[in-house]
Design a protein around this ligand. Structure first.
Ligand code: NZQ
Ligand code: ZN
Length: 385
């Protein structure tokens, strides 16, 4: 049995040479802030294409949004938007720039301390500036969802927020923009999208047949294109499939009405905040250990995953579950993402610090059954050493 209220107003414009469409999608009288990251958007020429498409509109730039965007930097953008009375935000980048733009959109008109947006996980957001995206990195799905993740550097707190007010108006997805991505970011993108599907699929059955089969299709697509995405660095079609898969992995569709886990992500966020490990790389470490520790509660779905995604037919139930978890681990490793904390010089002594942060962020009852207590998180981290 499942029920849901599915809402997603984001328009997607997908294909090569679609940046020019900004001219008809952004209001002609908009006072635009273009937000971007380090230097990639400028170096690759994407920023110039965006400026050309925006033509005579009033445009100001805000660069320097870091990977895992910081509250401190984003508040500078908020001040600039307020001072200059800008009224439309355009993110040019990957998940970090898009998430940061969502935060700025919500913070500009926020009453009170903007950090409360994170403290309340977005519940306090009443309105936001309109914004849109030019996506340059397929991974997070942020281009078609209403979530973001922001880090406060001062306290090493990396927290998510969510609000219906921060759905993008539209996102431009031009797969040829991925051609300049380093292999590491492409591999990260495959794994991030894979784990997004797993967080919504690998829980317990609720007879949601379409959601399940859609999720299995996305996982199989990622398994198929993963190695190609890395090798054929200029293949448009492979990149197009990655881009659309990553968007569909986290736009709400496969998660409609089904139980969701997200404990791998929450534990992973603490690894990024404390130890600076790339988002997807934290997931590659935590997911296999998480499946291992919670195999009883996830038994039925693990068997379905083994059969339908990895086509494992040999052995008894325990052996098939073991094989499916091992295949997952091997897949991540084959893309160059280590699946052990040891690869980042972390050991048992580092676990207490991570648990302390989970506790401080009230992340003490995670997972689809809310039974991932700090003790279970400890077991998961110990299983990922
Ligand atoms: O900063 P620049 O110079 O632009 O370089 C970026 C950055 O260093 C580079 N890059 C982006 N597009 C490029 C490019 N380099 C060459 N060519 C291009 N076309 O890639 C680097 C990483 O970018 P980033 O945006 O940080 O990566 P990603 O898209 O993986 O985003 C990660 C962030 O998204 C959050 C993560 O926690 C993390 O903060 N997430 C957001 C989610 C959401 N909103 O729904 C869900 C995810 O689970 C995730 O938590
Ligand atoms: Zn993710």
């Amino acid at each position: 049995m499942f029920n849901f209220d599915f809402y997603n107003p984001t328009r997607i414009v997908f294909g090569p040479d679609t940046i020019a469409r900004l001219d008809d999608l952004v209001p002609t009288d908009a006072r635009v802030m273009v937000l971007f990251g380090g230097q990639s958007a400028r170096k690759t020429g994407t920023l110039a294409q965006v400026n050309e498409a925006l033509g005579a509109r009033h445009v100001q730039e805000f660069g320097g949004i870091e990977p895992n965007p910081s509250y401190e930097t984003l508040m500078q953008a908020v001040a600039q938007v307020r001072e200059q009375q800008l009224d439309f935000l355009l993110a040019v980048g990957g998940g970090s720039v898009i998430d940061g733009t969502k935060f700025v959109a919500a913070a500009v008109g926020y009453e009170g301390d903007a950090w409360n947006i994170l403290e309340t996980r977005g519940a306090g957001i009443r309105q936001a500036l309109p914004f849109a995206n030019v996506l340059t990195l397929p991974a997070t799905g942020s281009e078609m969802n209403h979530s973001g993740v922001v880090t406060r550097r001062a306290t090493q707190a990396k927290l998510p927020f969510r609000s219906v007010h921060v759905f993008p108006q539209f996102s431009i997805l031009d797969p040829s923009k991925t051609q300049t991505l380093p292999v590491r970011q492409l591999a990260n993108g495959v794994v991030d999208a894979f784990v997004h599907v797993m967080e919504q699929y690998l829980t317990y059955p609720v007879d949601a047949r379409v959601q399940d089969r859609f999720a299995e299709g996305l996982l199989q697509t990622l398994i198929e294109i993963g190695p190609q995405v890395l090798k054929e660095s200029a293949d448009y079609s492979t990149r197009a499939n990655l881009m659309w898969t990553a968007t569909l992995a986290l736009n709400g569709l496969i998660g409609a009405g089904v139980p969701q886990d997200w404990s791998t992500h929450m534990i992973g966020h603490e690894l990024t905040a404390l130890h600076g490990i790339d988002h997807a790389r934290t997931l590659a470490i935590v997911l296999p250990a998480n499946l291992k520790v919670r195999r009883e509660a996830k038994r039925a779905k693990l068997l379905q995953y083994a059969e339908r995604v990895w086509h494992i037919s040999q052995g008894d139930d325990e052996q098939r579950i073991d094989a499916a978890i091992q295949k997952t681990r091997t897949f991540f490793e084959s893309l160059g993402l280590p699946t052990r904390l040891a690869a980042y010089q972390l050991d048992a002594d580092d676990i207490d610090g991570l648990l302390k942060q989970l506790d401080a962020h009230r992340l003490t009852a995670l997972g689809e059954h809310r039974d991932v207590t700090l003790d279970v998180s400890r077991q998961i981290l110990e299983a990922s050493l």
